[in-house]
Design a protein around this ligand. Structure first.
Ligand code: PLP
Length: 497
């Protein structure tokens, strides 16, 4: 950005007000121009920040500024000091973890939300924020083919959401009154147990830590050869636990697991939950969004029977972080788990059921106007536009999977139900697992160091596995072909060494 170091009127010593509107307008135009150029050229940056730990911190003053600094100087430092330390999640070459992107309408929605700066803790603290959240999430419900009614609320992350879901599940246990009386020191409270597959996200286990159920309270269930929860093992585990005096209370099924994107058999898991009276939470943080594409509706089969479901628009719905949607068929139970209204928040609207106070559905009081960006994205692209983008990502994923399957040097390590491909190099004649792990780690590091792509890994059956996660709105077939070329070249170079 161009540097013109002078202070604004608001920065003079006698001024105690905000930046004046003309200065705001000028910087705002400058920043929007910068964003537009950044997004147009984001593919030209090294995807993974090429900095060493501490580089950015050491480039910044240790002391806070005492007097005002010119906005030009601040923006120049943003570019000079901070930009080199940015890993570009917006890049079409970002295929690590889960490829995600903010999109133009989402970024603009975020700007408006930040300008309004409303806190939607109560309906009255911004009726539009509460009501738009309800309407937008009902649209999302319809786009996903989920049944009516389903109450929705937006949280920062799926990690918060699973904590809230399991707190609601604990609240639904009859008679124990854990909300009121806690668990410690109560001999009449049996040890609680919940279940998830060994492939479930770590946030599922963390929720047990926070809820006082403990890591021992989560029983991890084995998976079938396609990394889906083994339902027979689930039922056997529940029966064993009941016989041993545990109190089973919930099951977490995952639609799109973090390592391989496997889809747990939700209809069969729902049968078991009904049989044993357990709360069913579905973690569709990644895979849930795929159901917007009508040909992918199958991924949410059985979810109409879930008590709570999470879908993260900040993963695969082009929504800037953060935006995690929490749906429930049992808002009363979630509210019973969390609602606590001190005098200073008491209001006449909370008496009836006409409008919710969103603070009642989790631990946070304050909440950002997150629905605005999602609403703008849904309207800007429409269901068809969103479905077309997801479908294209899935096509690209299948294309890479096909190249790997046809190759004699690489092998796929898991099925590819969506657009995330798990694979490794396995040159003919090299069968030592330690050697293969080391080779694949070196290949991945070589790709990441080259700067065009960023890939991450997992371990499947103990084997180092590289993942290509396609979910970025800018990723095209050309990028995928380029990556495939780099992977083959990296293997050739590693073998030659
Ligand atoms: N669930 C799954 C399946 C995930 O893959 C992830 C993150 O990748 C999460 C939950 C956690 O998401 P969040 O970052 O919104 O807490």
């Amino acid at each position: 950005m161009e540097e013109r170091a002078y202070l604004d009127p608001a920065q003079q010593a006698s001024n105690t007000g905000d930046m004046d509107s003309e200065s705001f307008r000028a910087y705002g135009h400058q920043i929007v121009d910068w964003i537009a150029d950044y997004l147009a050229h984001v593919g030209e940056y090294p995807v993974l920040a090429q900095t060493a730990p501490g580089d950015i911190r050491h480039a910044l003053p240790a002391q806070p500024p005492t007097g005002p600094e010119a906005m030009e100087t601040i923006l120049a430092d943003f570019e000079r000091v901070l930009m080199p330390g940015i890993t570009h999640w917006n890049s079409p070459g970002f295929m690590a973890y889960f490829g995600i992107t903010g999109s133009g309408p989402g970024i603009l929605g975020e700007m408006l939300a930040s300008a309004l700066n409303v806190n939607a803790m109560l309906w009255r603290t911004s009726p539009a924020a509460t009501e738009l959240e309800q309407v937008t999430l009902d649209w999302l419900r319809q786009m996903l083919g989920l049944p009516n009614p389903l109450f929705g609320v937006i949280n920062d992350t799926a990690s918060s959401g699973v904590l809230y879901a399991l707190a609601a599940a604990r609240e639904a246990i009859p008679d124990l009154q854990i909300r009121q009386r806690g668990m410690s020191g109560r001999l009449e409270v049996p040890c609680l147990r919940y279940y998830a597959s060994q492939e479930a996200h770590s946030s599922v286990e963390k929720a047990g830590i926070v809820l006082g159920v403990g890591q021992a309270g989560l029983r991890k269930i084995g998976v079938d050869p396609e990394f889906r929860m083994d339902v027979a093992q689930l039922e056997q585990a529940i029966q064993e636990d009941i016989a041993a005096g545990w109190l089973p209370f919930a099951v977490v099924a995952t639609v799109g697991t973090t390592s391989t994107t496997s889809v747990d058999p939700v209809p069969q898991i729902a049968d078991i939950c009904e049989r044993y009276g357990l709360w069913l939470h579905v973690d569709g943080a990644y895979g849930g969004s795929a159901a917007i594409d009508p040909s992918m509706r199958w991924v949410l089969a059985g979810c109409e029977r879930a008590d709570t479901i999470i879908v993260n628009p900040h993963k695969w719905l082009f929504t800037p972080i953060d935006c995690s949607v929490f749906f429930t068929r049992k808002p009363d139970v979630v509210k019973a788990a969390f609602s606590l209204v001190p005098e200073y928040l008491r209001n006449s609207e909370s008496a009836g059921d006409e409008v919710p106070n969103l603070m009642d559905y989790g631990t946070s009081l304050g909440r950002r106007f997150r629905s605005l960006k999602l609403w703008m994205i849904m309207r800007y692209f429409g269901q068809e536009g969103l479905a077309a983008r997801i479908s294209e990502h899935n096509r690209l994923g299948q294309l890479v999977a096909g190249w790997i399957d046809a190759s004699e040097e690489f092998e796929r390590m898991a099925p590819t139900p969506f657009s995330t491909v798990c694979f490794r190099a396995h040159p003919q004649g090299m069968d030592d697992e330690e050697q293969l792990d080391a080779l694949n780690e070196r290949i991945m590091n070589r790709i990441n160091a080259a700067g065009h792509f960023f890939l991450s890994h997992t371990k499947l059956h103990g084997k180092f596995t590289i993942r290509i996660a396609i979910g970025n709105v800018r990723t095209t077939e050309q990028h995928i072909r380029h990556l495939w070329g780099e992977l083959q070249e990296a293997l050739t170079q590693e073998i030659a060494q």
